[in-house]
Design a protein around this ligand. Structure first.
Ligand SMILES: [Fe+2]
Length: 315
């Protein structure tokens, strides 16, 4: 089966999923099929899709939340007018901590309705979520209340078994995000490396997404095989992390021939409801980079969690 990949006005053509056996140790993405029993949470998934459809049409998240756990209180909503992607940010308090849910578009492309809800706390720029377990647990509790289907992922025996065997420890799920990719949308190539985080698990609950995912070093090699530019591998690896590497950005995100090249080499896969993908990260250069496309026209819902080793988490 081939999938037509279209994103932000560019048609990348039709590609077929690869049949690679991948390895976490090599920082390759690991797809896990049918590891989330979504049939057990249909009403919760439908409720989440309805809520997201309303957010897309301009509803305030505060008015769409279910009753909050005891001790949780809504403080108010803010909008950062300096951030073109932010829709709004809901501030809450719990156990003396301030939490937030940030709702933002994934792009400024006019016909791309892809959005995400990020649950966190503290100062966004400082990543201090890692240092405050009380706030972290409160944020997790809020996430479970708003998206109860998330327990199917964090408590999936198959997902837990796969992650445990790879990180040699019990996982703790942090940095919880809900994604709803829209037809014609998705995410450009990026990575999710955060120091002390072993990787990310992304779980598809509704709709389907197409993933071009591969280790950063392999991506660099593919770039060098595709074009005569960027012969210096060290410089290219650094350049991939630069905030706006124009020409390189255009090649890896907007070039249909480059997309098809990666797919042909076996780095393309499709996630359907119940599937999940593990994205390992060990450092700035040893991490799975990924580029996401929306497949089909069904409403899309997915959850993403950062993976930490439990013993590395402050008590
Ligand atoms: Fe990501």
């Amino acid at each position: 089966m081939r999938y037509r990949l279209r994103r932000r006005g560019i048609d990348h053509g039709a590609v077929a999923p690869g049949a690679r056996t991948t390895s976490w140790e090599a920082c390759e993405p690991v797809v896990l099929r049918s590891v989330i029993p979504i049939h057990r949470a249909r009403p919760s998934i439908l409720r989440a899709l309805r809520m997201i459809a309303r957010l897309r049409r301009g509803a305030d998240l505060a008015s769409r939340l279910p009753p909050l756990p005891r001790g949780f209180r809504i403080l108010g909503t803010t909008v950062n007018t300096g951030d073109p992607l932010e829709i709004h940010k809901l501030h809450l308090s719990a156990r003396g901590r301030e939490l937030y849910i940030k709702v933002n578009w994934l792009s400024t492309y006019p016909r791309d309705g892809s959005l995400r809800l990020r649950f966190s706390f503290g100062a966004e720029v400082l990543d201090d979520w890692a240092e405050d377990p009380v706030a972290s647990r409160a944020s997790d509790r809020l996430f479970e209340r708003v998206f109860p289907a998330s327990r199917l992922v964090t408590h999936s025996p198959a997902i837990l078994r796969h992650i445990r065997s790879r990180i040699q420890a019990q996982p703790r799920f942090v940095q919880r995000i809900v994604y709803s990719n829209a037809p014609g949308g998705g995410a450009f190539f990026h990575h999710d490396y955060v120091p002390r985080q072993a990787g990310v698990v992304y779980a598809q609950l509704a709709g389907a997404t197409g993933w071009i995912a591969l280790p950063k070093r392999t991506l660099a090699r593919q770039i060098q095989n595709h074009t005569r530019r960027w012969r210096d591998t060290r410089a290219l690896l650094d350049y991939l992390d630069a905030p706006n590497p124009d020409r390189l950005h255009r090649l890896i995100n907007h070039s249909p021939t480059f997309t098809r090249r990666l797919a042909k080499d076996g780095w393309f896969s499709v996630l359907r409801p119940g599937d999940s993908i593990l994205l390992p990260s060990r450092g700035w250069d040893d991490v799975a980079w990924h580029s996401i496309f929306t497949v089909g026209r069904s409403p899309n819902l997915a959850l993403s969690f950062g993976i930490r080793r439990k013993e590395n988490f402050a008590p």
